[in-house]
Design a protein around this ligand. Sequence first.
Ligand SMILES: C[S@@+](CC[C@H](N)C(=O)[O-])C[C@H]1O[C@@H](n2cnc3c(N)ncnc32)[C@H](O)[C@@H]1O
Length: 328
Amino acid sequence: MWPQQGGNGVKQRGDSGRDAEGELISVVRDFVVPSGVETRDGIENASEASILNGLELELGGEFGTTGHDGSFAASGLDGLGFPALRRNLGRLRTVLQGPVPNFKVYRSYVEGKEGIEIGGPSAIFRRGHPLPIYAEIGRLDHCDASSTASLVESGSAYKYATGKPAGRTYFCEGSDLREVRDGSYDAVLSAHNLEHLANPVKALKEWQRILRPGGVLVLVLPHYEDTFDHRRSPTAVEHMLNDYANDVGEDDRTHLAEILELHDLSRDKAAGTLEEFRQRSLDNVRTRCLHHHVFDEANSLELLEAVGFDVLAMDRAKPYHLCLLGRY
Ligand SMILES: C[S@@+](CC[C@H](N)C(=O)[O-])C[C@H]1O[C@@H](n2cnc3c(N)ncnc32)[C@H](O)[C@@H]1O
């Protein structure tokens, strides 16, 4: 069993909120980090009041009023040109939530180690986010199925964090890393990626092949309750094991009808209209947007154990992350 299980009650959006979150992060970087609340583990101990106080200090104390208890009157921000910030306080809380409760366990397995990330880079692994692993890992290579769907800017150099040596990107299926020798890495990272793979058991077994004995998988999945998948049901592990037995390929459309019926487009603005979403889904081998399978704590834990991982930690983090550490 894992030492602690983190949790949160915040329901937010799906993958399409990344740009807004990025903007907000830069606001926080500009105002909060210079105020000195960033620690080795990320941004910690930053209450809403301290953020607003930090903003007040940065801006010369002219904006809003400070109460007797030292708290800054948030309402003052609305009339002073920060309505967007005021509206986004919930997101600020998400950005500043700090590392997951079990982060020290994850860190102890990746510090200074050699890893590969499948489908990166990932905001959650950056400093100040729930699993700030990029700052801890020694070296990180990368795999993505597609040079167009990939978030890597260009070429094969994997630049995942400033001050870290660039890794190498393999453009290939995450479930078929044939260029990589057995036992090459101490850690495999996969964030918001496994749900996009039609045959997750095949991928997990491939990741075990390239891990050294005792190596770990750091797996982040979207918790279905907190995303546009909330009307679907977590996929049975038996189904995923059958996909493996049947050697299902990435062109699989088994879940397409269910996805088109139940996907909550109101939580996925980037998907556009139902017809646009349908066209994008039909073109999944190129776009890689489909969530073939849907996860919660129970089926993700059962899946990792079924393929032979020893699950050492499991945490939830805002807005929709389900994080697991599995040792092979
Ligand atoms: C939703 S994005 C997640 C990006 C990033 N990890 C994050 O957390 O923001 C999914 C990523 O997985 C990649 N991907 C999808 N299917 C894949 C597959 N079969 N093999 C390798 N990568 C895949 C996509 O190209 C994309 O880069």
